[in-house]
Structures are given as C-alpha cells and as structure tokens.
Design a protein around this ligand. Structure first.
Ligand code: MG
Length: 393
C-alpha cells in the first residue's frame, strides 16, 4: 500500500461528477476545511451553469462537461476567468489525468469507468462513489491499481464502514463482510403491489437523499447486489463470504466479522458527508457538521434477512459475480438501461429485474478482460436491454 500523504500540505483534489449528490456533499466537506484542499478540476455530465458556479466558487483550474452540447454554455459562463474549460467524454478523462493527490469518482454509471481508470493508472488516491465502474470492470481496475500504486478509498457508505472497521487488521483474520441494507421504500410491500409502483414512489428513499439512479437501485435492492460485487473487488473477498442484512434504520453502515468471533461496525447518522470526509482526510479524520448519532434517541436498531423472492436483483447480482468474466458487466449495463426505462415509464418496476434476467440469459458468458472487450460487452448488453424494453435506440 502507498504511504499516507503528508498531512501538512493542502491536498489537491479533482471531483468527477461535481454537480451530483455526492459531488455536492464533497464540496460541503471541503467548505468546512478549506485550508486543507486545493481543487484542481471539476466535471459534470451536462449541467454547465451549476458547474461554472462551482468552478468559480472553489477556484478550480479546470472544468469540463461530458456532453459536448453543454460545452459552449460552460465556456461562456467562465469567460474572463482563469479556469481552463473543455467538453466531451475525453475531457473528463483529461480531468482525471491531471495531477491531483485525490480524485473523487462520483460519476453515475459505467460512464465513470474511463476517467476512473485514468486516475488509477497514474497512481492517484481514488475516493470512489461510482460502484458501477467496479462492477463493470472490477478486476481490471484492481489490477491497474496494484500496478500503479493507486489506492481506493471507498465513499459508498457500506464500503467506507468496512474500510474503517478493517483499519489495522490482518486480512487473514477476516471471516466475513456484512453489508447492511435499508431495504428501500418497498421493504414491506407484497410482490403483487410492487408491479404497480411509480418512479415517484421508488425514488423516495426512507433514509438517504440520493440521485434517481441509486434510489431506484435501492428500491429494487440491485444497489445491494452491486455493492456485493463492489465489496468483492475492494476487499478481495469471495461472494460466499459477503452477507447482506436488512437494517431499516441505516445507522449501522456495515460490519466486519473476524475469526475470533468479534464483529466491528461503523455507526453514524445517514449523512454522506461522514464517509466522504473519511476518504478526503484519510488517514486523518476531518471535522464535519453532520448530525451526531444519538443512540438513546435512535433507541431501536433492527435487523432482518433479505427476501430474494421479492428482490430478485440480489440473487441476479450474486449469480453474476459467481459466473465472473463479463457477466457482471452485462448485469450492470442491463440494469442501467432498465432503470432508465422505468424512470421513463416504459416498463414497470418488476420489469427491471426481468429485463436484466432476460439480457443475462440472451448473451453468452465471456471472459472479457481488456477495456475494449469490456466496453464492447457493455455496449452489446445495453443494445440487448434496449431491445428487451422495446425501445428504439
Ligand atoms: Mg451504499
């Protein structure tokens, strides 16, 4: 593992996906300790106005939008400033490649893969929120990190909790990882009623305020399925040793079980600033104004087994991880397309898992290993999923 960085110099930081939910929380953490950070680059998908506002506010050196059609607006909004401006997918990779100690990977979906890979290849610390890129190309990213000395600091709250619980322990002493899951808004809903739920109902997460994609993933529990795959890659743990426990209060963010019978957990209020601050300040802890956990007020913490009949996404993700090769790539791509189809009201809620299952059955298992193989497979799975939705593409 790379040595911890110097605590004295300000840490330079690039935020990929600065206008999204994790990006916003990251900027809030930086605003609470401005002397500790210097922002190198910020990127967004297409929200040029908001990105320009952020770039000015944090005095970024570089700002880029992935959608080329948003570039003129970004350029005009930053006219007369010293901020360098660019547009298109290659500009996001360029942002990741620029010299910065730490890159926050908060792009939504597999679109985050190439920029995250660029940051990994130059040996940066990667504060990773974008689980899809680990699901799509986990082995490739882990191998690249091993070669370059890059370090993943997970921001996903469960993986951040495990990262914290693992600190200082010997890998041989770890018996199991236990991911907690809120169960989402439909934890108690009968299967028949799930057929008719709307996107509005599905994005209403009981505990966390998040973007649309991850909120739908939480409602189907595919989010937890993707997190099993994410944990497998981040912590080098086989699928059979990663458990999921439903914990509706979202106070215990995950646990590590050791071979002596001990279990260590990280607890806190469900506020993304806490895991983000841990990653941004690592190995030091940064102050945050996140609400403090009051165990007396929380009073009752409950745990139950997940229901794979009503939440088939969990089973699909485990099967994909066991199958290995390109299968998780197909799972992730089909899920992204199906979730987008559900948000557009093209398919029903339960059709999300059905679509993924159909796509997995229709594409042959492959041992895709290179970036080109994986991107081609991702594209093929997206086309198959779009056909399955009956969508023109
Ligand atoms: Mg999570």
């Amino acid at each position: 593992m790379r040595p911890p960085p110097s605590p004295s110099a300000p840490r330079s930081i690039t935020i990929l996906g600065a206008t999204g939910s994790v990006g916003t929380s990251t900027l809030a953490v930086i605003a609470e300790a401005p002397a500790l950070f210097r922002v190198e680059a910020v990127t967004a998908h297409r929200n040029a106005a908001e990105l320009a506002r952020i770039a000015r506010e944090v005095n970024a050196r570089f700002a880029a939008v992935a959608d080329p059609s948003a570039y003129p607006e970004l350029r005009d909004a930053l006219l007369g400033t010293k901020v360098e401006v660019a547009g298109g997918p290659a500009a996001i990779v360029e942002a990741a490649r620029r010299e910065a100690d730490l890159v926050v990977g908060a792009v939504v979906g597999a679109a985050g893969l190439m920029p995250v890979l660029a940051a990994v290849r130059r040996g940066a610390m990667i504060a990773l929120a974008n689980k899809e890129c680990l699901v799509c190309a986990g082995q490739l990213l882990v191998d690249a990190a091993r070669a370059s000395g890059a370090l993943f600091l997970p921001i996903d709250s469960e993986h951040n909790a495990i990262f914290q619980a693992l600190a200082g322990s010997d890998r041989d002493d770890v018996e199991r990882l236990v991911l907690t899951a809120s169960g989402g808004p439909f934890r108690r809903l009968p299967l028949a009623a799930m057929e008719a739920v709307t996107p509005e109902e599905a994005v209403r997460h009981p505990n966390w305020s998040m973007g649309a994609k991850i909120s739908i993933d939480s409602a189907t529990m595919m989010n937890k399925g993707l997190e099993i795959i994410e944990a497998h890659h981040l912590f080098d743990m086989p699928e059979s040793q990663i458990d999921v426990v439903v914990h509706p209060q979202s106070i215990v963010h995950s646990l590590v079980a050791f071979r002596d019978g001990s279990q260590l957990a990280q607890l806190g209020t469900p506020d993304m600033r806490i895991p983000i601050a841990y990653a941004l300040g690592w190995p030091k802890r940064l102050p945050t104004t996140a609400p403090r956990l009051d165990l007396v007020r929380a009073a009752t913490l409950t745990f139950e087994a997940p229901d794979e009949t009503r939440f088939p996404a969990l089973r699909l993700a485990r099967e994909a991880l066991r199958a290995g090769g390109g299968t998780p790539t197909i799972l992730n791509a089909a899920n992204e397309v199906a979730v987008a189809g559900f948000l557009r009201r093209q398919i029903g809620f339960l059709d999300i898992a059905r679509t993924i299952e159909r796509v997995l059955a229709s594409l042959p298992a492959t041992a895709a290993t290179t970036v080109d193989d994986l991107l081609a497979l991702d594209d093929e799975a997206r086309r198959a999923a779009a056909r399955s939705l009956g969508a023109p593409r």
